[in-house]
Design a protein around this ligand. Structure first.
Ligand code: HPA
Ligand code: ZN
Length: 324
């Protein structure tokens, strides 16, 4: 089964590029950019990856990205992810990036996106991996900052397919960003938002995503299963749910295999993704392997999850035909 999964052409719809920054690369960039790290060795850094909830993960995640400084650094970040994706037989990706994680450190938006975009072009040409980029706003920053970054993105609109919302969910509901997302929609962007697993007010957040923001997809969204009315809304709107089993194990101590199986039984469009693979030490295949090991998933269930990810991707319908 694992060989079958490894060889299957797959799509990935929920991967933060900054979450693909490998410890070795952190050390390499720290040296090149003359940045002093808190850790003496790669092993010491990895030993600090003992997350138990979303904030404890985010702290390490934001600390890690400080080594990213130049356009070349962002190129390398994305390129190395695409090389990894190639090894995993990923043929299509919609990666996230967090510009506010960089502009707040004095790195220009243009520097970040130009590096990533160059890697996307090379990945398509040299590795045959197509990708469409999603700009994420940090929900623990202000709506004004999100709007400023939406404005900053407009000269690069052709390089961005949609916008998302990530970072710390506690007391940062979708409604805080209603105006920003309405404007993003007007600009032609697709919309998605994180509704992380078992967060405070999670059911209200899922409801707002659907009713107020009118999202095109939900990142995570596991808790829609808790309320019949939310489950029905996700199903009726055929909303894709980008689930990340290994990330869930770190952040809320469950691979959520039962929930993923329930979604498949109900015909919800669950997809499997890696989230922050360098930090959770598991790329996409390893997330599928967890479903086999923890949940005994069948070949048919795996096939359905992979088909779902192409189906709820933001590829044009005619492009989807190439893959499905
Ligand atoms: N949740 C919220 N914000 C994030 C995540 C996540 O899993 N990864 C990177 N930023
Ligand atoms: Zn995420």
């Amino acid at each position: 089964m694992k060989e079958y999964i490894a060889n299957l052409p797959k799509a990935e719809l929920h991967v933060h590029l900054e979450g693909t920054l490998e410890p070795e690369h952190i050390f390499e960039l720290a040296q090149r950019n003359h940045i002093e790290l808190e850790y003496q060795s790669i092993d010491e850094l990895i030993a600090a990856y003992d997350f138990y909830d979303l904030p404890s993960f985010l702290k390490i995640y934001y600390a890690g990205m400080h080594v990213l400084q130049t356009e070349q650094d962002f190129y390398e970040l994305a390129w190395r992810y695409f090389e990894k994706a190639k090894q995993q037989n990923i043929v299509y990706v919609e990666p996230f990036f967090d510009p506010q994680g960089h502009t707040t450190r004095g790195i220009a938006f243009e520097t970040v996106i130009t590096g990533i975009h160059r890697a996307q072009i090379d990945a398509e040409e040299k590795l045959g991996i197509k990708s469409n980029l999603i700009l994420c706003f940090l929900r623990d920053m202000s709506a004004e900052s999100a709007m400023e970054h939406l404005q900053m993105s407009l000269p690069f609109k052709d390089w961005i397919i949609g916008v998302g919302l990530d970072s710390d969910e506690k007391d940062n509901p979708p409604s805080k960003f209603a105006e920003v997302f309405a404007r993003a929609r007007q600009e032609g962007y697709k919309l998605t938002m994180h509704c992380d697993v078992h967060q405070k007010d999670i059911h209200d957040h899922i409801r707002e995503c659907i009713e107020l923001i009118d999202v095109d997809r939900i990142d995570h969204g596991i808790n829609c299963l808790d309320q019949a009315e939310l489950t029905k809304a996700v199903k009726d709107k055929n909303l894709g749910l980008t689930i990340c089993p290994v990330s869930n194990q770190f952040v809320c101590q469950t691979y959520t295999t039962d929930e993923i199986r329930t979604m498949l039984t109900l015909g919800l469009k669950a997809t499997i993704n890696s989230d922050d693979p360098a930090y959770f030490r598991a790329y996409l295949n390893e997330n599928f392997f967890a479903l086999i090991d923890e949940g005994g998933f069948t070949k048919q269930e795996i096939d359905q999850l992979v088909i779902n990810s192409f189906e709820v991707s933001w590829l044009e319908d005619r492009e989807k035909l190439i893959y499905i």
